[in-house]
Design a protein around this ligand. Structure first.
Ligand code: ADP
Ligand code: ZN
Ligand code: ZN
Length: 730
């Protein structure tokens, strides 16, 4: 009896057995259609065996096995299994989460993209003189080929069938050949690499010395130190050995930039870019190219960690501290942490790069588990680090969010025709609508949040659930018509700047202004062409961009995260301010940074002024240690939501009662269930229960056991719950 054990996309954490007489071990990792509660669904074969715990009469027959697509390789299956175990998420859902939709649905044909055409060396020697004058179509085709070098699959599709037939004739003559998926124009660019600085050279050679062994590197380089160049040169060396490199980047907005840099440097290499902006068939094509080893480079956001790459020899995680590497719903995995696992599994190096590493990674480097590489100086010698200064708002008050020194500095920049950036991490016009007489504040009906004023559309909008309503003309509580926007968002600052500098070209960049497709790219182009004098933007503008003419950065409302309940808020703020400061003075324009604050003496700002990440990190790690936060303890959160808060809390109490912590798990600490910080979200009440442990191993052993017991609890359908391992926020 041949039985296949299949991972199915259902919320039950086990494999499902089916009879499959024609299956053998070569089918492990293949997609199969199977009957499941009166429908046919597809799954992945995880193992093939001879016996099952299901009584024989009850076993059903599996349907068709997809043998056109190469099976998922064993290491990828291993990664899925680890991920399921570590995050306590059903194996089938982990597998399906990691696969391209078309593969999941069994819908693709397994065919590759039609190949493109290019001239062979013989073909290149053919001139129009070699062809008869009347052979018009042939002459056209040759001109086309010699002009563009290639005919892409798309162009080919658009050509007449006659021309396509001619291409095949040319092929028989040995004039042209077919090839798959090469980058567009990049083929013809001749990018050469700059000589590395001494620090870069050191980093590159250390990394290359240890290829082929599991080595986690923390590349801690200040902004503009040329971390990208280190990635590029290490990648070059591995590509030369026909290896594959996986690069993870924080979010889709940054992908095109880094992608362009890599394409330009490696014109002959197939680069597959995987991000959420792709359609299903593009994603599948890229994925298959990676799996077949044809893509030398895979560059993508967190999901790309699940790309099969048989020749994988290096993983790079750029801006490793970024929160977008952790998925916040469904399978709550950290792509950065999985990158470490995957590197260990494949016995290869992994580079975590950042100017401001997460305290977790920094701690690992300080204690010797990761190797630390530091770049202390900027790669371009003229590009000095910007000077950072605090403006004490207690002494120099701000008008409409802008203090006089900030206005002065902006004026100065305008006069010198340099760009400036006003950074305020809050979109909308103002974060609060307030009644002056009774202190009423507009709040969301579905969430415990305040509604943000969007004055241009005259709407109040909830930034959590998206609900909106018109701005009230009077206070609904006392009837006073004197309801006023309170505080500042990007739109309000933009309006104030327009009043102050009517002659300046002001460009607002936030999620509202880039909502339309292509808007983001257009804005970046405008900035690069120098068509904007003052940029007003949120964190969208803080990351990774290289604006050569940007000389001034002003941060307006940084204090907001200083005394937050979120234990990571400070770390996040420090990273963000270093990043945004790093935008200033990247080429030959010296940069300066002004930070408006009411707490200029705060240690965070003091370290920031000195741009001393290490000092900041060490001080903050000390605080974490004494307060008992990661990386000194390991956390998990059990969250529950229900229409009524007491139901959610009651469920957590029942779950806690199952834990038997004191007898069996003395190293585990369970806290009392409490309402979540944002208690109400999208109409549901949320509560949580924190679990803390001294070691990852203790935590995992406990969670494995406990999670099973909770799963067995009879839970009312009103209640939804999940477990979040290594949560980012509490
Ligand atoms: P980071 O990512 O560390 O902030 P980048 O990789 O963006 O820094 O590099 C900053 C600038 O320095 C870029 O314009 C880059 O082209 C340039 N650069 C990097 N390395 C070198 C080098 N060795 N020689 C000359 N320019 C370099
Ligand atoms: Zn009122
Ligand atoms: Zn809401």
């Amino acid at each position: 009896m041949v039985i296949i054990r299949v991972a199915l996309d259902v919320p039950i954490d086990r494999l499902f057995d089916y009879l499959a007489p024609d299956a053998d071990t070569a089918d492990i990792g293949r997609c199969v259609r199977v009957p499941f509660s009166s429908r046919q669904i597809s799954g992945i074969i995880i193992s093939v065996c001879e016996t099952s715990s299901v009584p024989e009469g009850k076993l059903k027959y599996a349907g068709q096995i997809d043998r056109q697509t190469p099976p998922l390789p064993q290491p990828l299956l291993g990664l899925f299994e680890f991920c399921s175990r570590y995050y306590h998420h059903p194996i089938g859902q982990v597998v399906m989460n990691g696969l391209p939709v078309l593969l999941r649905k069994f819908k693709h044909t397994g065919k590759e993209q039609p190949p493109s055409w290019r001239l062979t060396d013989t073909g290149k020697s053919i001139t129009l003189a070699d062809l008869p004058i009347r052979a018009k179509a042939k002459r056209q085709l040759i001109s086309l080929l010699s002009e563009h070098g290639i005919i892409t699959a798309e162009i080919c599709k658009a050509m007449s069938s006659h021309s396509r037939k001619l291409l095949h004739e040319f092929k028989d003559l040995g004039w042209v050949e077919q090839f798959t998926a090469l980058p567009e124009k990049a083929v013809f660019s001749t990018a050469s690499s700059p000589a590395p600085t001494a620090e870069q050279a050191q980093a590159i050679s250390e990394i290359l010395d240890r290829t082929g062994t599991f080595t986690p590197w923390l590349l801690n380089g200040i902004t503009g130190s040329g971390k990208t160049e280190v990635y590029l040169q290490v990648t070059a060396s591995l590509l030369a050995q026909q290896k594959q490199v996986l690069i993870l980047v924080p979010e889709i907005n940054l992908t095109p930039q880094l992608e362009a840099v890599f394409r330009k440097r490696f014109p002959g290499t197939t680069l597959v870019s995987l991000h959420s902006g792709l359609n299903n068939s593009e994603r599948l094509q890229g994925w298959l190219q990676a799996q077949r080893g044809k893509a030398g480079i895979v560059l993508g956001t967190r999901l790309a960690i699940f790309t099969p790459m048989p020749e994988l020899s290096l993983i790079i995680v750029d801006e490793e501290q970024d929160h977008s590497f952790k998925q916040q719903d469904g399978l709550r995995y950290s792509a950065r942490d999985l990158a470490i696992y995957r590197a260990r599994q494949a016995n290869i190096p992994v580079i975590l790069g950042s100017a401001t590493p997460s305290l977790e990674s920094y701690h690992q480097a300080r204690t010797g588990r990761y190797r630390l590489l530091q770049l202390h100086s900027r790669a371009i010698s003229q590009a000095a680090l910007p000077t950072i200064r605090c403006i004490d708002l207690r002494v120099i008050p701000a008008q409409e969010g802008l203090s006089e020194p900030v206005l002065d500095a902006l004026r100065h920049c305008l006069a010198r025709k340099q760009q400036s950036l006003v950074f305020i991490n809050r979109r909308g016009y103002s974060p609060v609508l307030l009644c002056k007489s009774c202190r009423w504040i507009a709040t969301c009906k579905r969430c415990s949040s305040r509604l943000v004023v969007h004055l241009r559309d005259r709407q109040l909008r909830c930034h959590y659930c998206g609900d909106q309503q018109p701005v009230s003309p009077a206070c609904p509580q006392c009837g006073d018509p004197d309801v006023l926007p309170f505080g500042h968002g990007t739109q309000r600052v933009e309006a104030a700047l327009i009043r102050h500098f009517p002659e300046a070209r002001i460009l607002r960049v936030d999620r509202d202004s880039i909502r339309h497709k292509g808007a983001w790219q257009q804005m970046l182009d405008r900035i690069h062409r120098g068509e904007a004098d003052i940029l007003v933007g949120t964190q969208l503008l803080a990351k990774g961009h290289d604006f050569p003419n940007l000389a001034l950065v002003c941060a307006l409302n940084a204090d907001a995260s200083l005394y937050s309940t979120d234990f990571r808020a400070e770390e996040h703020l420090f990273a963000q301010l270093i990043q945004v400061a790093g935008r200033a003075g990247r080429a030959n324009v010296p940069g300066s940074v002004l930070i408006q604050t009411e707490f200029p003496q705060h240690p965070l700002y003091q370290a920031l002024i000195r741009q001393d990440y290490a000092a900041y990190a060490q001080a903050h790690l000390k605080e974490r240690r004494s307060a008992g936060f990661p990386p000194f303890v390991y956390l998990a959160v059990l969250r529950a939501e229900a229409p009524v808060l007491t139901d959610a809390l009651e469920f957590l109490r029942q779950a806690a009662a199952l834990a038997a912590v004191t007898e069996n798990y003395p190293h585990i600490q369970l806290f009392d269930p409490v309402p979540a910080h944002m208690t109400r979200l999208k109409g549901l009440e949320r509560a949580q229960l924190l679990i803390q442990a001294r070691s990852r191993r203790h935590l995992q052993t406990f969670l494995g056991d406990w999670h099973q017991r909770i799963t067995a609890l009879p839970v009312h359908s009103r209640i939804r719950w999940h477990l979040d391992v290594d949560p980012l926020t509490l």
